[in-house]
Design a protein. Structure first.
Length: 389
């Protein structure tokens, strides 16, 4: 029995083959409850499982402490204890240099350029399913197993597809939308078909004797120890006072670095001059060239279309010409209907209804039903023309 077939699947989802093959599986164990249960399920399914914890910092004390479920010394110890309970070998692999280069430095440079990156998505693309997977395959493993809530489906023709998890409330397919078919061929997500609550996953961990059953989930960026993103960026990019202006170009405030803002941000603007209509103002644009942040009303955030670069397809690429999909624009955002078309190396997207808070640097992930078509990085956006009197 394969790891995908461990649980009852949704009736509307394709059924993967059940060839009974015993795989050599490398389970990435972050030290949290999800990855521990995923490793336990893979082992219970009869696979030959080895646990590995990724050391992603040369100085683990600089990463988040307090049992957050990623990247600290405490997490490494929690992962080792879970592996002992499951009864599988366990190792710690040092990928700190790759993580710093591909995730942390990318994060800083993207903010410096006025864009809003997603480091978790980049970590999946560059670390867990590139550096880790390549090393695993070189050592003779068949697959990498993680605690993500998503599903890999194998069609009758052998083509692999990435689908949403059975439980939309826990679905994490957005941050996996960068995986290509080769990476999907070596990925196992044992939690993806679980139609249960997170509390039931915790209860399962407790039944299995895993001490991480009550460990808090990790919600923040793992390499920002205190959760202060703006402070983290300021230490690396320095402070640079600039203007906050309204849509007319009039100065309404100052800031200490344009990199500290994101499109759609409302809080922390420190604007001394209230808007004429008394309504809140939001970040509309970030210009690193002249270190200026533009603010305006919520309706000015409405985006009607976008172009995205560096598309990656989870299996078959889209057919030629425009087609209708649903799209997700943030890790915890909802779906919106779009018409998308690949033109050269770009993905061009038009929204059926305007969307707000769409920022360059974010990923747009396209779906066909529950199937993840692929993702691309937002480069430019088109806003609705302002209403005229």
């Amino acid at each position: 029995m394969t790891a995908e077939s461990m649980n009852e699947r949704r009736p509307d989802a394709p059924t993967p083959p059940r060839d009974g093959r015993r795989l050599r599986v490398l389970a990435a164990m972050s030290g949290g409850v999800d990855s521990a249960v995923a490793a336990a399920r893979a082992a219970e399914a009869g696979h030959d499982v080895t646990g590995v914890h990724l050391a992603l910092s040369a100085n683990p004390q600089s990463f988040r402490t307090g049992a957050r479920g990623c990247c600290t010394i405490e997490d490494s110890r929690d992962a080792r204890r879970a592996a002992d309970v499951i009864g599988i070998p366990f190792y710690v692999w040092d990928l700190a240099d790759r993580f710093r280069e591909d995730v942390v430095e990318d994060f800083v440079s993207e903010y410096a350029a006025g864009r809003t990156p997603n480091p978790c998505l980049r970590c999946n693309e560059k670390i867990k399913f590139a550096a880790l997977l390549d090393k695993a395959l070189a050592l003779g493993f068949d697959a990498v197993c993680t605690g993500h809530y998503a599903t890999v489906v194998v069609r009758e023709d052998g083509r692999r597809e990435l689908h949403r998890a059975s439980d939309m409330a826990k679905d994490q397919s957005y941050v996996l939308g960068v995986l290509d078919e080769r990476q999907l061929a070596h990925a196992l997500f044992p939690l993806g078909d679980t139609v249960t609550t997170k509390e039931e996953i915790r209860a399962e961990a407790e039944r299995r004797g895993l001490a991480v059953a009550k460990k808090p989930d990790s919600h923040d960026i793992c390499f920002i120890a205190d959760g202060d993103t703006q402070g983290f960026l300021a230490k690396r990019l320095g402070t640079a006072e600039g203007d906050i202006v309204d849509e007319s170009g009039a100065k309404v405030g100052t800031h200490s670095g344009a990199y500290g803002f994101t499109i759609g941000q409302r809080k922390g603007l420190r604007i001394g001059t209230p808007a004429a209509d008394g309504k809140p103002r939001y970040v509309l644009d970030i210009s690193p060239v002249n270190n200026t942040v533009t603010v305006g009303p919520a309706e000015a955030l409405e985006v009607t279309g976008l172009t995205a670069i560096r598309p990656r397809w989870c299996g078959a690429p889209p057919t030629d010409g425009p087609a209708v999909y649903t799209a997700q624009l943030r890790a915890h955002g909802g779906e919106t209907e779009v018409t998308a078309e690949v033109v050269g190396d770009e993905l061009r997207v038009e929204f059926t209804e305007p969307a707000r808070g769409v920022a360059p640097g974010q990923a747009i992930v396209l779906y066909d039903g529950t199937r993840v078509v692929g993702s691309a990085t937002i480069a430019t956006t088109a806003r609705r023309a302002p209403a005229t009197a």
